[in-house]
Design a protein around this ligand. Structure first.
Ligand code: DMJ
Length: 586
């Protein structure tokens, strides 16, 4: 006999039934209350969950020290200084809109800054990441010591070097390196560079410059420096230079000249370019910077100029859907039918894809042009060697030249970056293509004596991924292969990409590092390096930055918020929602 049975004998049945019901109800109710409290105390913090979905943790959050060295007082002090520095930079920028009276102003740094979703200070510093920073320090210090103010450094003879691409504009290395210094938290060096820009960077020169080179290195470098630091001088200089480039578009079609005298505004094309043509990779690599110039100046002319280039291209018949490298700016007709994803063509394709990504995926025209072009490239230019190496050949009037340039190796990263948006279920296919190209480019390094890639390698005459011509055996510190490793690492996390990047670091240290900086080499198949004595500005802008990012956390300049211009200068995605003003073209 149970207790309830015993008790029930003294109490009327109906009363007992009512009591049981009430008891059960009470039990259910208290269980419910316990559950609710449990949910409040034990479920994960919902605000953190939301911030994971909508925002990346801010620099401030990551440095409240969840990282491995949170107990390290020295490091905490460092972080505090860095945070104070970043805050100061950003605060200065908050005054920007009030100071501008000249034009209608589209861009609000404060709003932009509040919506910044990238981490400026990583929580962990890998040895490899550290190594990239040490290399940057050596390259920068050497430039500063021997060539300060010149465009580039001659690291062996230890003096300045100037190529005629920049006319008599000076300081290409300083402007190209600004954002790398900032990203690597080399703030003392960044401040020295800023000071030089403020006092000495001068575009009032009576000299002819390459519109493309000046745009990707100077305009791109200044824009990134502005978006990272918020310093007004960079915005002002970028817009000033952009305005000086506008006369290049004074042609019957609006397709710009390759060369422009910044004082007279007179333009012309390279004398060697087919029938006076402009070059696809040059006029096609202005879009990202010019859209940002319109946004930062309120002057829609920049955007109109680059949108017009699209119009001209879209009116033209394309052989097999391909874009020839030469286009006459007077007649609007194609020149010689030479198609390449390397030199003369490369960054045109890159900018179609990135224009779409940078527009917060609203630029449907750019998107369509990119995926259509990539399909035509796959059909007509992409081939597999006898031993299974995928490469992108060059196309000359329907005939293939089975050669791939170091420059073409950027395509692995580009295809990976675009794979996610590929139409018709092609994402997996494009990721495979990207991985195959990365493997081929790695082979082009692995098959040399010095373990650095040649300028161009061939797939004919019984060779695969090897340079056969003496004038294609040089290596000038180019970034494209490392760039592709960086994209592939971010998208796949396959450790081989970091291993390959590390191989490149070792080869650079062993064969290109000299007492006065880093030098290119003339023959990667020779048993020891013969230096060309030039430290290219893109070595600091691109090669070392991509190496650093390859070994950084993924939330360091995440791709969903930043797009890299072709010189590796990060530009923010222009948001279509109200958190930021769109790049309206009137
Ligand atoms: C860089 O200036 C840019 O990446 C450009 O698009 C191509 N060449 C160099 C680096 O190799």
């Amino acid at each position: 006999m149970t207790v309830s049975e015993a008790v029930s004998g003294f109490i009327p049945r109906s009363y007992w039934d009512t009591l049981t019901e009430k008891f059960i109800l009470l039990l259910v109710f208290s269980a419910f209350i316990t559950l609710c409290f449990g949910a409040i105390f034990f479920l994960p913090d919902s605000s953190k969950l939301l911030s994971g979905v909508f925002f990346h943790s801010s620099a401030v959050e990551t440095n409240t020290h969840t990282g491995p060295d949170s107990s390290d007082a020295g490091s905490a002090g460092n972080d505090d200084r860095l945070l104070a520095k970043i805050k100061k930079d950003h605060e200065k920028a908050l005054n920007v809109p009030q100071r501008l009276h000249l034009r209608r102003y589209f861009f609000y740094f404060k709003t932009f800054n509040e919506s910044l979703r990238f981490v400026l200070i990583s929580t962990t510093l890998h040895t490899e990441e550290d190594q990239a920073e040490k290399m940057m320090k050596h390259a920068w210090d050497s430039y500063k010591q021997y060539a300060w103010g010149s465009n580039e450094l001659r690291p062996v003879s230890k003096h300045g070097h100037s190529s005629n691409l920049f006319g008599s504009i000076k300081g290409a290395t300083i402007v190209d390196a600004l954002d790398t210094l900032y990203i690597m938290e080399m703030f003392e060096e960044f401040d020295a560079a800023t000071d030089w820009v403020e006092k000495s960077l001068d575009f009032n020169v009576n000299a002819e410059v390459s519109v493309f080179e000046v745009n990707i290195r100077f305009v791109g470098g200044l824009l990134s420096a502005y978006y990272l630091s918020g310093k007004e001088v960079f915005r002002r200089k970028a817009v000033e230079l952009g305005e000086k480039l506008l006369p290049a578009f004074k042609t019957p079609t609006g397709i710009p000249w390759a060369l422009l005298n910044l004082k007279s505004g007179i333009g012309r094309n390279w004398p060697w370019a087919s029938g006076g043509s402009s070059i696809l990779a040059e006029y096609g690599t202005l879009h990202l910077e010019f859209m940002h110039l319109s946004r930062l100046s309120g002057n829609s002319e920049f955007a109109q100029k680059v949108m017009n280039i699209r119009k001209v291209l879209n009116r033209l018949e394309k052989p097999q859907g391909l874009y020839p490298n030469y286009l006459n700016p007077n007649s609007g007709q194609w020149g010689q039918h030479h198609v390449s994803v390397g030199g003369l063509g490369d960054s045109f394709y890159e900018y179609l894809l990135k224009a779409w990504l940078m527009s917060d995926k609203t630029d449907e025209e750019g998107k369509k042009m990119y995926y259509d072009a990539l399909q035509a490239i796959e059909t007509n230019l992409m081939r597999k060697s006898t031993n299974g190496l995928t490469y992108i050949a060059e196309w000359k009037g329907g005939l293939l030249e089975h050669k791939m340039g170091h420059l073409t190796c950027f395509a692995g990263g580009m295809i990976a970056l675009g794979a996610d948006g590929a139409p018709g279920d092609k994402t997996g296919h494009q990721m495979e293509q990207a991985a195959e190209i990365a493997r081929t480019c790695h082979e082009s390094y692995a098959r040399t004596t010095l373990k650095l890639g040649p300028e161009a390698f061939r797939f004919d005459g019984g060779v695969e991924a090897i340079a056969t011509r003496q004038n294609e055996k040089y290596f000038i510190l180019r970034p494209e292969v490392i760039e592709t490793y960086m994209y592939m690492w971010r998208f796949t996390h396959d450790p081989k990409y970091r291993e390959w990047g590390w191989e490149a670091v070792q080869a650079l240290e062993q064969h290109c590092r000299v007492d006065g900086g880093y030098s290119g080499i003339r023959d990667v198949y020779a048993s020891s390096p013969n230096y060309d004595d030039v430290q290219q500005s893109f070595y600091l802008a691109e090669t070392l930055k991509y190496l650093y990012l390859l070994f950084s956390e993924d939330d360091h300049l995440p791709f969903e918020h930043w797009v890299f211009n072709t010189e590796a200068h990060p530009l923010p995605v222009i948001r279509k929602d109200k958190t930021d003003r769109p790049n309206e073209v009137e």
